[in-house]
Design a protein around this ligand. Structure first.
Ligand SMILES: [Zn+2]
Length: 437
């Protein structure tokens, strides 16, 4: 039994909205009742686009094997206490890396738990050609580890948490959403685990708010029993898998219609190969599970990422869900096309000259044969120096000493190649590339 740190209170994941998809739509309609029609039109448009895409794929018998890679940036805005609860900088970093891994596994159907997909659903289980990578170039071309941290005094944000999306309101600005998938990690309190503003809602949201928000207790994946703080049952990184599904315009599998069935005036998810479903699932259901909309075998697909089951019980998208996501990013006229065609944003900037001078630490000599000096002004609030290899593995780490301004580091035991030197300050992390010759 995991202990919940008292940060967010105990979150009851039974019979609650895990995700704010419906809250967003309700809010848009509350703003102006005529928006209901616009929402309907958007849903219809998305469905038509996905259908046209599928027809085209079948028509030309196109077997596309090319993949697209989406640059991801995590904007992490947490109090010092919340950062500590996640294991500090190194704990946060671990979650950043394993969250990307989870996305890649889940979207490519490479997740180990596909073995649990029940036989009747196996033929419709789908893997996408959408991959994800940490951005290593900021919009201005300077280097980035793919995440940024801002220490806040705002203990929790309530929906829609717009303040978290603007630097001048204490949050962190989106990076150009046509190039990056922006993910904000904040404390959403005990309300919801996350929510998404996809492009179809741009008629009601500014483009700087496009992206995903997830609560910190659902961020990343538990890698050991001792990994600190996760919300009960929500520790395999599937909240982001779900929310990114919304980003690519997937709906909840039950259609957000309070128990109605598609053949009885209810909404469907607009996806042909998911069974009708009355309401959201919760906890860890056992297959086969029936409800009013799917009363016969094989019942409902509670293991679909777009349902609300616990993370351990979620392990598939369907082919038609994948087609819908592809229709939003693969064709040149797709709404998110530009998100998948800039793989260079995943590469560290080449050449030291490209590293912008907004770093307030010096690193020399560079290239180096192993002995390097890191030099910085007094009073910068440096906490830690870390050196990581290109696989993201930390090969050197040292705590900063109060007011020490020069650090001589011997790296001659490391193999030749490129490394990233990361200076962790109280309120930010700065990186520079280091070549060891
Ligand atoms: Zn959702």
């Amino acid at each position: 039994m995991m202990t919940l740190l008292g940060l967010c209170g105990v979150m009851n994941t039974q019979a609650q909205d895990k995700c704010g998809a419906q809250m967003i739509k309700d809010a848009i309609i509350a703003q102006n009742p005529s928006n209901a029609l616009l929402l309907k039109q958007q849903e219809e448009l998305i469905k038509q686009r996905a259908d046209a895409f599928q027809r085209e794929m079948e028509g030309v018998k196109m077997k596309t094997t090319s993949t697209v890679t989406v640059p991801v940036v995590f904007h992490i805005i947490l109090t010092a206490t919340q950062q500590t609860a996640l294991g500090g900088i190194s704990g946060i970093e671990e979650r950043v890396y394993n969250q990307i891994q989870v996305l890649n596994d889940d979207y490519a159907k490479l997740n180990a738990d596909t073995t649990f997909i029940p036989a009747p659903f196996k033929p419709v289980a789908g893997g996408s050609q959408i991959h994800f990578g940490l951005a290593h170039r900021k919009p201005d071309g300077s280097s980035t580890p793919g995440y940024e941290i801002r220490t806040t005094t705002t203990a929790s944000y309530s929906f829609p948490a717009s303040g978290a999306k603007y630097t001048n309101q204490g949050g962190l600005d989106a990076w150009d959403p046509s190039l990056y998938l922006n993910v904000w990690v904040i404390n959403l309190g005990s309300s919801i685990l996350g929510f998404t503003v996809p492009r179809s809602l741009l008629f009601s949201f500014p483009s700087q708010e496009l992206g995903v928000v997830i609560t910190h207790g659902a961020f990343g994946k538990r890698t050991a029993a001792t990994t600190p703080y996760f919300i009960n049952g929500i520790d395999k990184g599937r909240t982001l898998t779900h929310e990114v599904g919304h980003y690519f315009e997937l709906e909840h599998i039950w259609g957000d219609d309070n128990g109605l069935c598609p053949n009885n005036g209810g909404q469907d998810d607009g996806i042909a190969d998911t069974p009708p479903q009355a309401n959201s699932s919760s906890g860890v259901p056992v297959f086969p599970k029936y409800d009013a909309c799917s009363p016969t075998y094989p019942g409902i697909m509670f293991m679909n990422y777009m349902d609300y089951s616990n993370d351990t019980a979620l392990y598939m998208f369907t082919n038609d869900q994948v087609a819908r996501m592809h229709s939003n990013i693969l064709p040149v006229n797709a709404q998110d096309y530009t998100l998948g065609i800039h793989p260079e944003l995943l590469d560290w900037p080449t050449g030291v000259a490209n590293i912008k001078a907004d770093n307030n630490f010096l690193l020399y000599p560079n290239p180096s044969t192993g002995k390097v000096t890191i030099s910085l002004a007094a009073g910068t609030g440096l906490q830690q120096i870390e050196i990581v290899n290109l696989l993201g593995k930390t090969v050197f780490s040292t705590q900063a000493q109060n007011n020490q301004t020069n650090y001589n580091i011997d790296l001659s035991s490391l193999s030749r190649g490129m490394y990233v030197v990361r200076c962790v300050f109280k309120d930010r992390i700065q990186t520079q590339k280091l070549i060891v010759e």
